[in-house]
Design a protein around this ligand. Sequence first.
Ligand code: ATP
Ligand code: MG
Length: 441
Amino acid sequence: MRLSKYFMPILRDDPKEAEIVSHKLMLRAGMIRQESAGIYSWLPTGFRVLKNIEQIVREEQDRAGAIEILMPTIQSADLWRKSGRYDDYGREMLRITDRHDRDMLYGPTNEEMVTDMFRAGVQSYKDLPRNLYHIQWKFRDEVRPRFGIMRGREFYMKDAYSFDISAEAGRHSYNKMFVSYLRTFARMGLKAIPMRAETGPIGGDQSHEFLILAETGESEVFFDRDFYDMNWSEFEIDYDDVGKVAGIVDEFTAKYAATDDMHDVAEYEKRVPVEKRLSGRGIEVGHIFFFGTKYSEPLGCIVQDETGQSATIHSGSYGVGVSRLAGAIIEASHDESGIIWPEAVAPFRVGLINLKVGDVATDAKCDVIYRGLNDVGVTVLLDDKDDRAGAKFARMDLIGLPWQIIIGPRGLKDGVAEVKNRASGERENVPFDRIINLFAD
Ligand code: ATP
Ligand code: MG
């Protein structure tokens, strides 16, 4: 992409409405635009990041055996009346009446709809287990939308729903999602600590929130320092190996970690030695929940079991805040100059800076490198705008692409470009004929 033909409205000054760094940087870098409270447009670079995050989430859901579908944003109130949530959900639910006076709503989540879909499509235990997911916009009329897309009213979520013949079988479905979340967040360069979460009226011990540590997080968190030494890399796992999957869940839940609503001081002090007690703030990026027959019961989601008897299906739901992650990653990865995108989600991998636009030789060299990188599948943003060098450097640092290639008349004489790593700040002069290979995989 050539910057001279792109749409990336950079703000020079800090926007006053932004309280936290990710919101500030997203606005300044021209990634998003507020349309009304908690409702945003995603501008080109923001949209590319969102799609990259979505794709990682999708790949890891698929790998764990979940099957992608797409349910609508607008739902009928009928199923929600059956589950009892139409009244319970309260004012966070955006209620709509259509021209025939039918009660509709903009979905805040999809348990009812997917359970009814599954009920209609499946009769036998042989069709189990299954996990259906979609990545779709949600609407929750939050009391205090804030922090940009981190707490929006309209937001993009991955939600998966598992269906099993028994609570015991359901545990493996739950564990698979747990492990897939570790992989998902690891691929984005994040350490998202699984913490015990409130299970609500159904009870049971199976609910975890995944939180990344950040000063600006909305939850207070308490955890064991040992979490820092866990294996947060993108480890391999065979999802059919029930024991191995459970083993990883055990490993990540053996140490104490809880948000303030679940924090138990006595237990914390008993289980975590003083020198290992850490507390701080965290951002919830995922939440998994096993609720058994809470929705299948009222919605009649029943199959025949092996003995020919009716069995109510056991389910869980598994959410990832796809749009929130864009902000959360910035909270975890930035400096005074701007965003530092991990390669996996960056809008472009390389920012190519032409230091002397209009100079025939420099323009030509930038063009060759630009096309060469594109040819080998490297995403690149070419800064071909006629601005001062200082402004170009500041802009490129602000938008945070992982690599910068800087080409100007001086390097041209020596046959080199300067290659800068945004995260480490390291710079190196690289001969032109080696540049493409440096980035080609
Ligand atoms: P929170 O406690 O932050 O309000 P929640 O527990 O209500 O979230 P869930 O129903 O668990 O949210 O939704 C799954 C995921 O969707 C959350 O883990 C979070 O990452 C994301 N999410 C929830 N609400 C919002 C929102 N208003 N804006 C952006 N993302 C959200
Ligand atoms: Mg939650």
